[in-house]
Write a protein that binds this ligand. Structure first.
Ligand code: ZN
Ligand code: ZN
Length: 241
């Protein structure tokens, strides 16, 4: 509680007052202990090469690499990867980062994203860009959790981070879990605008905390490509299957 109230004080001062403890098991030592990190649920199994959704058994058996959606109407981004599924400890950490003011978790979470992600999304990029929140939402929360992750990923990958490359032009509010993919896509379309002077010619690594249908990343990626970005790949902490 107290620690959250002081969330904006410097980490060094906080460490003196409150030695770091694991956000999951509360053991003293670090914000995320090795044991809890090893227990995080991996996004494994056969997954779509593009959107990282689990492949239907039949598709996987036939050696298909793309899910039905990506085969029929590919999203704007080339590939999305997330090391974890949105369950158990991965869900709790995402919640702590987003709603409980535990912004210091962005560091260890970004390290795990970089260490546990392989494939196209982890290849070279020119700039790391977070999915933006609408200004009103960011003001009420005090920070953008995706920007926290993006900055830490950029630092870890030795890349620049540009939190202003794309902005949210519409406050869409949270999308209901029951919404169909098409509904989400329709709502998100046109919700973002990218700045050409920041996007043009760049290979963008787009970062968010969680991917659900991928509609948000798709819309955000489309805005970046419309502003002249060369390519868009996405990294998120977790995939909600
Ligand atoms: Zn722990
Ligand atoms: Zn797919």
């Amino acid at each position: 509680m107290m620690k959250q109230m002081l969330g904006r004080a410097s980490h060094a001062a906080l460490d003196l007052l409150f030695p770091p403890q694991c956000a999951l098991c509360h053991r003293a030592g670090s914000l995320l202990c090795d044991g809890c990190a090893d227990d995080l649920p991996p996004a494994d199994g056969r997954r779509c090469d593009c959107c990282w959704m689990p492949l239907a058994r039949r598709t996987a058996r036939l050696g298909g690499r793309l899910c039905r959606h990506c085969a029929e109407a590919p999203p704007s981004f080339d590939a999305l990867r997330s090391p974890f599924v949105m369950e158990a400890g991965a869900r709790r950490l995402a919640h702590e980062l987003k709603y409980e003011g535990m912004t210091a978790l962005a560091g260890p979470m970004a390290q795990l994203i970089l260490a546990r992600t392989e494939g196209p999304a982890a290849q070279t990029a020119d700039v790391v860009v977070p999915v933006p929140l609408h200004r009103a939402r960011e003001r009420s929360r005090g920070y953008n959790q995706a920007a926290m992750l993006a900055r830490a990923i950029a630092a870890g990958a030795d890349l620049p981070c540009d939190v202003r490359a794309v902005r949210r032009t519409r406050n869409t509010g949270p999308l209901a879990k029951t919404m169909h993919r098409e509904e989400r896509l329709a709502i998100m379309r046109g919700a973002f605008a990218a700045r050409p002077e920041r996007a043009e010619g760049r290979r963008v690594l787009l970062v968010d905390d969680v991917a659900t249908t991928g509609a948000t990343l798709d819309a955000c990626g489309a805005a970046l490509l419309a502003a002249g970005a060369r390519s868009v790949r996405c990294l998120t902490w977790a995939r909600a299957d």
